[in-house]
Structure formats: structure tokens, C-alpha cells
Design a protein around this ligand. Structure first.
Ligand code: C2E
Ligand code: MG
Ligand code: MG
Ligand code: MG
Length: 281
């Protein structure tokens, strides 16, 4: 009897695994057509200078609106698209879309775009960036590519060569999710970064954990020593902001300043100050 029950349970698990595999196949398949079917959208999240409170740029974050599943989060579909290679088409679409968008703003704010390891290691990446800047007319210095440490370690020499070529175009490079990867310190020294982004898991804990506060202080000290500005991700509370301000962190990004949203939500930030009543008259 126990044996029978055991077998039943096993069959149940097998069936569930089968469903998961089929689900995944479907997602893989649907992802391949997401760009041409117009199911991808970019939302934008402000990046704010802490000392002055002004918006200095936006991070572009990808959303997939699936006709049946609704919005699929990037942490689910980006890894799948990296495995199947569809990230190449998707990543190119995101870059082109965001550079075109940013080039249309009145204010020359920065646009930060996430780049996956697969894109970075694909042949012709720097040429693609060059072509997109040329086609959209965006000033290279306004584009910042966000790269995680895990993206680098696959093939360090190759990643380094690509980043150097991209930087030679005048594009900026930010190290994303700093503190969550493997070999942070040696990578920081070897790679031509322009900014460090402290991962939200540290920011979130500065109020409650002395360890997290110490880690954030240490990264800020590291940034100072290396001459790199630091941005804290995931800032949600005034307490976190006060801490970062007191520790002379340069920039912040998080729900406190704005959730990722369609760019129209932030139109007041991308346009120049409105004309006075006299001008309008
Ligand atoms: P990331 O680049 O580290 O982006 C920051 C994530 O934190 C975003 O999640 C953002 O919505 C979220 N976030 C921002 N402020 C707060 C806050 O105050 N509290 C909390 N709890 N979360 C906050 P999202 O949009 O779900 O993106 C997740 C990850 O997916 C990104 O992490 C990035 O690694 C990846 N991703 C997103 N868009 C793209 C893309 O276009 N290309 C590639 N390759 N990866 C992307
Ligand atoms: Mg990012
Ligand atoms: Mg991050
Ligand atoms: Mg992340």
C-alpha cells in the first residue's frame, strides 16, 4: 500500500515536471516572437542625485506583456532568453528603443540600459552600440550600460576587450548589483567602470543591520578611493536616504523617488522648466 502511494506520488511529481517543462517550452517559443508581436515595453525609473535632489537619468527596465499570462517579470524571462539566445534580438530592441527615446528628451539626461552576459560576449556588440548611437543621434556620454559581475567572469579577456571598445565610443559603464557577485575587488581594478551600483539587498538593510551599514560605508569608501561615483539601488525609505546622504553617497534609485513606469509619467523631468506666464502671454 505504501508502495502504491509512493508510486502515485512519483507519478504526480512526474506529471508536474512535465507541465513545468511544457510551460517553459511555451515561454521560450513565445519569447522568440515577443519583439515582432510588439509585446515588449520599456519602463523607466529615475536616478537621483542625493545632494541636490535632481533627476540625473533613468534606468530602462524591460517588461513583457504576454497575451495570456499578463506581465511576465524580467527575472523570469531574461534567464530563459539568455539560454535560448533570444536575448540578442530583445537586447538590441531595448537599446534602440531607449536610445531613440532618450534622444528625444529636451534635457540631456542619462539613460542606463542593462546588458546581459550573452550580449556582451556576442560578436559585434560594440559595433551594434556604435550603429545605434549613430542612427538615433544620442550623444554617447548619455548612454550608460549596466553590467553585472557575473556577466564578466564567463570570459574575462573577451569581456574586457569589448568593454574597452564600448568605452572608446564615449559610453559609460556601470557595475550593477555590486556586492552580490564573485570577485568584486579584482574586477573593479581590471575593468573600466564609471560607476558602482550597490545592490538593493544592502540598501534595504542599512536601517536595521549594522553589518549592512558597514558594507555600504565600505563600498562608498572604495568608490571614493577609486574615484568612482556610487549609486544605491532600492531606496524605499527616508531613513535609508538620510543614511546615504550622511555617508556622501552620490546617487539613489528606488521606490522613494519613483517606481519604474512608462516615460510619460516622468515627462515633467525630461522637459525643460516651463515658460513663465509672461513668456506664454
Ligand atoms: P536590476 O538591473 O538590478 O534592476 C533593479 C530592479 O530593482 C528592478 O527590477 C527594479 O524594478 C527594482 N527596484 C527598483 N527600485 C526598487 C525599490 O525601491 N524596491 C524594490 N523592492 N525593488 C526596486 P525589475 O524591473 O523586476 O528587473 C529585474 C532585473 O531584470 C534587473 O535588475 C535586471 O537585472 C534585469 N533586467 C531588466 N530589464 C532588463 C533588460 O532590458 N535587459 C537585461 N539584460 N536585463 C534586464
Ligand atoms: Mg540594472
Ligand atoms: Mg541592480
Ligand atoms: Mg539585479
Amino acid at each position: 500500500r505504501a508502495k502504491q502511494e509512493g508510486r502515485g506520488r512519483l507519478r504526480f511529481y512526474e506529471a508536474r515536471m512535465g507541465v513545468q517543462v511544457r510551460e517553459r517550452r511555451r515561454l521560450e517559443h513565445d519569447l522568440r516572437h515577443a519583439v515582432e508581436r510588439g509585446q515588449l515595453r520599456v519602463v523607466y525609473q529615475p536616478q537621483t542625485r542625493i545632494d541636490s535632489g535632481e533627476t540625473v537619468g533613468f534606468e530602462a527596465l524591460l517588461r513583457w506583456h504576454h497575451p495570456e499570462r499578463g506581465t511576465v517579470p524580467p527575472n523570469l524571462f531574461i534567464p530563459i532568453s539568455e539560454e535560448t539566445g533570444s536575448i540578442l534580438g530583445i537586447g538590441e530592441w531595448v537599446l534602440r528603443e531607449t536610445c531613440r527615446e532618450a534622444a528625444s528628451w529636451e534635457k540631456p539626461l542619462r539613460i542606463a540600459v542593462n546588458v546581459s552576459a550573452v550580449q556582451l560576449h556576442a560578436p559585434g556588440f560594440s559595433e551594434l552600440v556604435h550603429e545605434i548611437l549613430f542612427t538615433t543621434g544620442l550623444a554617447p556620454a548619455r548612454l550608460e550600460l549596466e553590467i553585472t559581475e557575473t556577466a564578466l567572469i564567463r570570459d574575462l579577456p573577451r569581456a574586457l576587450a569589448t568593454l574597452r571598445r564600448v568605452k572608446a565610443l564615449g559610453v559609460r559603464i556601470a557595475m550593477d548589483d555590486f556586492g552580490t557577485g564573485y570577485s568584486s575587488l579584482s574586477n573593479l581594478r581590471a575593468f573600466p567602470f564609471d560607476k558602482i551600483k550597490i545592490d538593493a539587498s544592502f540598501t534595504r538593510a542599512v536601517d536595521s543591520s549594522e553589518q549592512a551599514a558597514t558594507i555600504v560605508r565600505t563600498v562608498l569608501g572604495l568608490g571614493r578611493g577609486l574615484g568612482l561615483p556610487v549609486l544605491a539601488e532600492g531606496v524605499e525609505t527616508r531613513g535609508e536616504l538620510a543614511f546615504l546622504d550622511a555617508e556622501a553617497c552620490h546617487e539613489a534609485q528606488g521606490y522613494l523617488f519613483g517606481r519604474p513606469a512608462p516615460i510619460d509619467t516622468f515627462r515633467h523631468l525630461t522637459t525643460k522648466a516651463p515658460r513663465t506666464a509672461e513668456d506664454a502671454a
